[in-house]
Design a protein around this ligand. Structure first.
Ligand code: NAD
Length: 246
């Protein structure tokens, strides 16, 4: 087991990539606090994980709320005694073409994807730097290279790469690594809002000829959280079927 006795928090855990990361972490022996704003969906994942024999805690709330985030970290420390891995996965899309994007669409995406990531990153890092070890894994997107209709989302995901690198530099001498996963098109609910015509174009641009499965991203998260990744920090690793190979 590659994460035996490690304690992790995973945000956006109620479905998709977050749920897959929770399940892979549990399979590898971790104890996990799973966070999501969607109470009903999270309680289903919580039930499944308990049936797998996993040790887990559910934290229902919004990562934009700093009080909630602090309480989630405090509850994790109370329940499991430590925090080794923070996975900042929760994000939203509010797509619109540039000239039609509303201030509300811009603010909502920047709030959840950037401020929410900052809130969780900061709360985890304050604890991890004191304990002298830790792993932070942020989830960006290949949309960071620019995607029509996703000005807000692509800006937020570019920001996630930048904050990963700064946090990695600041935390390196404290024994804490900070890396980023940049998924391509992964088949989750988030993708189901995209018109079939656009999805066809996305699929055609993937050298491996298919969309990814959430577990394929989760395998990479397990590696970055494991002892095997001890000499990797500040990196953004594409998990995209080859879409953005240089
Ligand atoms: N699916 C893809 O193709 C793809 C591609 C690139 C990057 N990503 C990134 O991967 C991550 C997961 O994507 P997904 O496809 O699994 O998304 P998803 O929409 O299926 O799941 C996201 C989860 O985050 C939760 N969430 C949203 N806002 C929240 C908040 N404020 N506080 C707490 N929880 C909140 C939602 O309730 C949901 O359960 C995201 O960061 C996304 O940007 C996904």
């Amino acid at each position: 087991m590659r994460l035996k006795d490690k304690v992790a928090i995973v945000t956006g855990a109620a479905r998709g990539i977050g749920e897959a990361i929770v399940c892979r972490f549990i399979e590898e022996g971790a104890r996990v606090t799973m966070c999501d704003v969607d109470k009903d969906a999270l309680s289903k994942v919580h039930k499944n994980v308990r049936e797998m024999g996993g040790s887990c805690l559910a934290a229902v709330g919004d990562i934009v709320d700093r009080n909630f985030v602090q309480k989630m970290v405090d509850d994790t420390l109370k329940e499991f005694g430590t925090l080794d891995v923070m996975v900042n996965n929760a994000a939203i899309t509010r797509d619109a073409i540039l000239h039609k994007m509303t201030e509300e669409q811009w603010n909502q995406v920047i709030d959840v994807n950037l401020k929410g990531t900052f809130n969780c990153l900061q709360a985890a890092a304050i604890h991890m730097r004191k304990q002298g070890r830790g792993r932070i894994i942020n989830i960006s997107s290949t949309a960071r290279f620019g995607n029509i209709g996703q000005l807000n989302y692509s800006a937020s995901k570019g920001g996630v790469v930048s904050l990963t690198r700064t946090a990695a530099k600041e935390l390196a001498l404290k024994g804490v690594t900070c890396n980023c996963i940049s998924p391509g098109t992964i088949w989750t609910d988030m993708m189901k809002t995209i018109p079939e015509k656009v999805l066809e174009k996305f699929r055609a641009g993937v050298p491996l000829g298919r969309f990814g499965d959430p577990r394929e991203v989760a395998h990479l998260a397990v590696f970055l959280a494991s002892d095997e990744a001890s000499y990797i920090t500040g990196q953004t690793i594409n998990c995209d079927g080859g879409s953005f190979m240089a």
